[in-house]
Design a protein around this ligand. Structure first.
Ligand SMILES: Cc1cc2nc3c(=O)[nH]c(=O)nc-3n(C[C@H](O)[C@H](O)[C@H](O)COP(=O)(O)O)c2cc1C
Length: 355
């Protein structure tokens, strides 16, 4: 298995960065289930210059579990990215991952995210400057091109490889495609054939099951498989990929409880309070925000189980920790898989998270 910089990962399976999802608690749970690498969600280079409570939330990680700790940055200016990466290193980053795939307009219009697909020399300059400023391995995540008329992933790979990119992840869709259609795995195969052993390739897009992951490895020859939506509500997928079993009801319930409790403290610690509140009112507000903020996770965890929609309706009305705790224990301990449940695409992308 090709290493990523100095890091020999323990297996081929990587959690995809997902804004609003892959915060420290979820990353650590995925690591525990066997993921070999879990990059942070995208963090703004500008945000790192004026660190506020919100940026601190993004920067929190568990140095005992998250090894190597890969931090994803976005920005369009090579110098600013290099300076931000130095700050990221001070906060513990061991790998800097650069986002060149985000399709959200407010990101691309500053020349960042998938905007960099339109300027491979600048993209390469970012990699070079970040590498030189930090001495860290720099990885990049791209889409296959801006649109169907500019599928320039081979040119990007050449430019980024020459700049010293340590690994290249590709989501096999263009920016214009969003999440429509299927990810083009033949593009990932072409990319791997093109770069050979010069650079590890991380294939990404539409891997939901163990079978999908095996098929992606076989069909594309990629070095690593990156999984996003397939891991939502299912961090056990990483265990299954390594030959482990699906979760028992007790395991499912225990992990969801742990995730929820962690989410409560994590989000309270990182919340910005604009208004003056006494400690009790503040605690109540923190609890309310955290309970509401965890609804999407509960939706994903219950996906495919009998009674999921009634459970979701119940937790979507909950305002207190106790209400959620009661609902989740009774639901997950008695859960059984509903074979007729809709197993299709999750209607979700990071436009939701970034607005
Ligand atoms: C909710 C959500 C948030 C995302 N946030 C990011 C992000 O912060 N950085 C990034 O590079 N990609 C992000 N993505 C894209 C995923 O990393 C991944 O490329 C994409 O979902 C395709 O993989 P999948 O089919 O396994 O989900 C996000 C995707 C989703 C669904």
């Amino acid at each position: 298995m090709l290493p990523i910089g100095p890091y020999q990962l323990r297996n081929r399976f990587i959690l995809a960065p997902m804004a609003g999802v892959s915060e420290m608690p979820f990353r650590v749970l995925a690591f525990e289930q066997g993921a070999a690498l879990c990059p942070t969600e995208l963090i703004s280079a500008q945000g790192l210059f004026r660190i506020n409570t919100r940026t601190m939330r993004y920067l929190r990680y568990d140095p005992k579990v998250e090894v190597p700790y890969s931090l994803q940055l976005f920005g369009g200016e090579p110098e600013a990215m290099a300076k931000a990466a130095v700050v990221a290193k001070q906060y513990g980053a061991q790998i800097i991952d650069i986002n060149m795939g985000c399709p959200v307009k407010k990101v691309t219009k500053t020349g960042a995210g998938s905007g960099l697909l339109c300027d491979s020399p600048r993209a390469a300059d970012i990699v070079r400057q970040v590498r030189e400023a930090t001495g860290l391995p720099v990885t990049v995540k791209i889409r296959s091109g801006w649109d169907a008329n500019s599928l320039n992933y081979l040119e990007m790979a050449d430019a980024l490889g020459a700049a010293g990119c340590a690994a290249l992840a590709m989501h096999g869709r263009t920016r214009a495609q969003g999440y429509s259609g299927l990810a083009d795995w033949s593009a990932i195969a072409r990319l791997k054939r093109h770069v050979g052993d010069k650079m590890p390739i991380i294939g990404n897009g539409d891997v939901k099951t163990v079978g999908d992951a095996q098929r992606m490895l076989e069909e594309t020859g990629c070095d690593y498989v990156m999984i996003g939506r397939g891991a939502l509500g299912n961090p056990w997928l990483f265990r299954e990929l390594l030959g482990g079993p699906k979760p028992t009801n007790e395991e499912r319930c225990e992990l969801v409880q742990r995730h929820f409790r962690w989410h409560l403290t994590f989000s309270a610690e990182a919340r910005v309070h604009k208004e003056q509140l006494d400690p009790e009112a503040r605690a109540r507000k923190d609890e309310l925000m955290a309970v509401h903020g965890f609804r999407s996770h509960l939706g994903w965890y219950s996906h495919g189980l009998y009674g999921a929609s009634a459970f979701r309706a119940r937790v979507n009305q909950a305002d207190t920790r106790q209400q959620v705790e009661d609902a989740l224990e009774s639901f997950f301990l008695g859960a059984s898989v509903d074979p007729a449940a809709f197993a299709g695409e999750q209607e979700l992308d990071y436009r939701t998270a970034l607005g």
